[in-house]
Design a protein around this ligand. Sequence first.
Ligand code: GLC
Length: 725
Amino acid sequence: MKSYMNELGIKKYSFGQMIPTDTILETTFSEVKSTYDGIIRRENNETLIELPLEKNDIVYGLGQNVHGINKRGHIYEAFCSDDPNHTPDKKSLYGAHNFFIIAGESSTGWYIDFAGKITYDIGFTYREKLVITLSGSDFDLYEITGTPSEIVNQFRKLIGLSYVPPKWAFGYQQCRWSYETDERVREIAKGFEENDIPIDAIYLDIDYMERYKDFTVDEERFPNFETFVKELKSEDIKLVPIIDAGVKIEDGYDVYEDGVKNDFFVRDEAGQPFVAAVWPGKVHFPDVLNAPTRQWFGAYYHRFLEMGIEGFWNDMNEPAIFYSEKGLNEGIAFVKSQEGKNLDIGTFFALKDSIMNLSNAEKDYKSMYHKMNIDGEETVVNHYDVHNLYGYNITRAAAEGFESYDANRRFFLLTRASHIGMAKHSGIWTGDNHSWWEHIKLNIQMMPSLSMAGFLYAGADTGGFGHHSSGELLSRWMQFSLFTPLLRNHSAMGTRQQEPWQFDSEVTNHIRNLIRMRYALVPYLYSEYMKANLNQSLLFAPLGFTYLDERSKGVEDQLLFGDELMLAPIYESNARGRHVYLPEEMVKINLSQYESIGEQGFEWLSKGDHYIPQEVDELYAYLRPNRLLVLTEPKNRVSQLNYKQLTVIGFVKDTATYTLYDDDGITQSFKEGVSTQTVFTVTKSDQGFDINVDTNVHPIGDVTFYLIDESGKTHVIKQSGSKMV
Ligand code: GLC
């Protein structure tokens, strides 16, 4: 083992020669003479690391996974899994995010740079131990000390800035598996227009493809695709097509033929392209763990970019396998061999398992091989050892394809499977959840862990993917998703339709109000997004990151958003309110409807416990002391938003300042610092409030300030113009 330290004081312990994961940016680590003093054991081909847990330690992190904000008390796995049933007995979801923090008297953050499977037993088997099992012996371990916020900041510096989508991606997005024809997509677009509901994007699920072949369009169901893309663009609605990992095996299909000719597919033991099956039946997987394959696969995206498409979602890239050719043959042979037998407890279940366990089988992952360039040498690597890098790299192929198409433009990209380090290339959605109330809570609890891992552009299938949604569930879910950078309503084929108007007129009205409120919040949400990214801080934070009292540290269903707001979403059916804990005095803001934001009043609330009635058509957020919240007049598209009519809500005890960040929302020039800042300052004096709006942009128009003071009184001040600085 070798030990290193970098200029930030981060320690790194290298065990053996790890397979490169491309997660850590180049930083200078110098070798130091210290040893890792945690307990490490080797058993068979596994490595066990044990870390002590004090009684009240909290374990934060692991990115996309099940259970709460505090991960303690359960077993987890980092193994990208295509499993649509996110039930409490599951150990892993689609992402492998090996970053966590043990927070207590002192706090330490850990990142395990390793591409294979890792198991975390976090105080489950032994209450006071975290036992980590790696399926290998070559890995790098990073140790970061500081407060939880400092640890996240240092870690995010190691992995680099996160992906920034085009600004329209902060608008509302509509998706459903089963928009089967262009006519159906037109109907959906019309539904938004007729109901006067804002929207920026409609997704195309696998229905648009010709027999589920990547980079093709079914010409019967989507004739004149390019014209269709333009038609929707003329309404300022973007179409976002899906791309799956598996390439259909079909003679005459160029992606398949080209891939075979150039040896671009993942191989089996005999060196032949591995045959798995997904939506189109038999497929091969592009071997994206090497650069030439990524370049080849990424270039296919240009086809759609040429037609005016500006974004994609990459799916099934764990990679999901319905069955492998080999596995299916073995399964069928086994079933046949049981014919006529008197099956008992053992043999009946063996029969059932021989078919039920065909999907995503470990033995298939162990039969796949990649070629990787390791230290300048082409090396054959078993898929199982690098499984968690697959989704990362197929998404990276798309991102690199975008870059080679137009390096200065931002394109929209979402992926399902991911790994630490991938956040610089793409956003993620949290996969196939269900229209279950429990999954709203899971969504709430996952957002801060995703922020820690660098996945800032993220969100869940709002309304739920599997199962049937109700108007109430969609409304409550939307109340939380209003704050997630990705706001996408998505559902599975065969489930109840859940576009905003599919329930009753009350629900439609409420959802319209919410989506309009989302658009009113876009300047603020985008500003906070960019600040969290550029400052490498959290967009969503557990209360315990800011408030150090024991009570705050234990809160699992309230979050801080940015530097201004506390959110306390409702995630239970039939609820007409909820208990909210306020770690400090705050002002309750009614965000139910933009038009009546000033009339509905603001309520000052003392530190402590409150029961807050909240009917299904009501949404509240909590503004912290000496903070300002900026809203604009909502429009039906992000591109139509302007800064002419602003509303600023402030809880001002003495001085409150807010810097509203903005940029062109389209190009990469923000990376060179091309951005605008408008600084709002409100100072309370004996005479009232002094207000200053300084901007390096165009002058701001009319601003209505609602300023709430400590006594709970609201002062309404209208101001025109701003000072150029
Ligand atoms: C997967 C995706 C889901 C998509 C479906 C059909 O289940 O997670 O979002 O709708 O495939 O493509």
